[in-house]
Ligand binder design. Structure first.
Ligand code: TRH
Length: 364
C-alpha cells in the first residue's frame, strides 16, 4: 500500500455452503484495504471455495497476500500465538476460535468486536443495527452490524467507483461486446441477454420454455454447475444458451451489467444485481419453516416493481405465483427504469464499508 494503515482488522469467515459467505467477506476485505487503508487479515476455513471467486488464491497456502489483504487459512495451529488487532469482525456469527477469544479477553486493551450479520430487508433490522451484547465474561461487548436497505442500517457493500464504471460500461456497446466475446458469448443481433444463477429448486424448465417461445430472441448465460439437470432436459428451438465456467467476482459484475435481465440468489449476487441497475428476479436462500419467504416479501415491499414481480418472485421461489408473470417481467420496459431508479436511491444510504469504518471510529 505504501501508506501506513489506519488500524488493523481481522475478519473471520467460515464457508457454510455455497459462495455467499466468502463472496461478501472478500469484497469487504478488499474494500477496507483499498478505500480505507486498513491492514486487513481475512481468515477463511475453505480456500478451495474462495479460489472459485478469485483465481489467485493458493488453496494450499497457510498465509498469502492478495490485493493487499493478508489471507490466512483458519486452522487451530495458526492461533497459538494470536496477536489481537484493533478490530475483530466475526462474519455471520461464525464463532471465533477459542484461542482468539482467549487472546481478546487477555488483551490489556481488547479489540472492538463486531458481528457482521446477513442481509435482510425486514423492519426490525433498523432497531437491532449497532446494538451491543455483553459476552458472558462481562469483559467484552460484541456489536451487531446489519447490512440493509435504509439509512438506519449499515447499508450495502458498494465500491466507490462502481456506478461510474457501470455507467461507462453500459454506455459503451463495443466494450460490452468485447467483454462478452472474451467469454465466448456472441449474442445474435437484437437478442436480449439474461444470466441465470439459482438453486436447484428453481423452476428453470418453465422459464426456459417461456424464453424459447418469446417473440424477442434471448441468449441465456449460465455458470457451470447451475441448473444442470434442467438444461440437460431442454432442447431449445430459438433460445441460445452459453454455459460458462465460474468467472471472477469482478467479471461476474460485468456480466450482470451486460445483461437485460438477471436471475440471482443468496446475498452477494442479489446485491450486485441491484447495483447493475437492471431488472432481476431473486431466489432467496431457503430456510426452515418458510422464514425466507417473510424476508422475500420484506424486500419486495421495499423494492416495489408491481404485482407481476411479486407473482414472478413467488413462482421462482416455489411459493405459488405464476410463470406467465415471470415471462412478462422479463419483457417489461418499466422494470428497466425501475431498476435504475432503485440503484440510484440505494446509493444514498452510503456504503457498508464506509459506514463500518465510521462506526469503528465512533466506538474506538
Ligand atoms: O452462493 P450463494 O448461494 O451464497 C449463499 C448466500 O450468501 C446465503 O445468504 C448464505 O446463507 C449461503 O450462501 C451460505 O449466493 P451469493 O450470496 O450470491 O454468492 C455467490 C458469490 O459468487 C457472489 O460473491 C458472486 C460470486 N460469483 C462469481 O464470482 N462468479 C460467478 O460466475 C458466479 C455465478 C458467482
Amino acid at each position: 500500500m505504501g501508506m501506513k494503515a489506519r488500524f488493523s482488522l481481522d475478519l473471520f469467515c467460515r464457508v457454510v455452503d455455497n459462495y455467499g459467505d466468502i463472496g461478501v467477506c472478500w469484497r469487504l476485505a478488499r474494500q477496507l484495504v483499498r478505500e480505507h487503508q486498513l491492514a486487513v487479515t481475512l481468515w477463511v476455513d475453505d480456500l478451495a471455495s474462495f479460489q472459485r471467486l478469485c483465481a489467485q488464491v493458493d488453496p494450499a497456502a497457510a498465509c498469502q497476500q492478495i490485493e493487499g489483504v493478508a489471507v490466512r487459512h483458519w486452522n487451530g495451529a495458526a492461533f497459538a500465538a494470536y496477536v489481537c488487532p484493533d478490530v475483530v469482525i466475526e462474519a455471520f456469527a461464525c464463532d471465533l476460535p477459542e484461542a482468539v477469544l482467549a487472546a481478546m479477553l487477555a488483551a490489556p486493551r481488547p479489540p472492538l468486536w463486531l458481528n457482521l450479520e446477513y442481509l435482510s430487508a425486514e423492519a426490525w433490522v433498523e432497531d437491532c443495527h449497532a446494538l451491543p451484547s455483553l459476552h458472558p465474561s462481562g469483559k467484552l461487548r460484541k456489536y451487531f452490524f446489519f447490512p440493509g436497505f435504509s439509512a438506519r442500517t449499515g447499508g450495502l457493500l458498494c465500491e466507490r467507483s462502481l456506478s461510474a464504471r457501470r455507467n461507462a460500461f453500459q454506455n459503451d456497446g463495443a466494450a460490452r461486446a468485447d467483454f462478452l466475446a472474451g467469454l465466448g458469448i456472441r449474442p445474435a443481433p437484437g437478442a436480449h441477454l439474461a444470466t441465470l444463477f439459482c438453486y436447484p429448486s428453481a423452476p428453470v424448465g418453465a422459464m426456459l420454455r417461456r424464453l424459447d417461445a418469446s417473440a424477442t430472441p434471448w441468449h441465456l448465460v449460465v455458470p457451470e454447475g447451475v441448473a444442470t439437470a434442467a438444461l440437460a432436459d431442454f432442447a431449445p428451438q430459438r433460445l441460445a444458451i452459453s454455459v460458462l465456467p465460474f468467472v471472477a467476482q469482478h467479471e461476474y459484475d460485468r456480466l450482470l451489467w451486460a445483461a437485460d435481465f438477471n436471475f440471482v440468489r443468496g446475498e452477494d449476487s442479489f446485491v450486485r444485481a441491484q447495483w447493475a441497475a437492471r431488472p432481476f428476479v431473486w431466489q432467496i436462500y431457503p430456510q426452515e419453516e418458510g422464514v425466507h419467504l417473510v424476508k422475500l416479501a420484506a424486500f419486495l415491499a421495499r423494492y416495489g416493481g408491481g404485482s407481476d414481480l411479486v407473482a414472478a418472485s413467488a413462482f421462482w421461489n416455489g411459493d405459488g405465483g405464476d410463470a406467465d408473470a415471470l415471462g412478462r417481467c422479463m419483457h417489461a420496459p418499466e422494470l428497466q427504469q425501475h431498476a435504475k431508479d432503485w440503484a440510484e436511491s440505494l446509493a444514498k444510504n452510503g456504503d457498508l464499508a464506509s459506514n463500518l469504518v465510521e462506526f469503528i471510529g465512533k466506538m474506538g
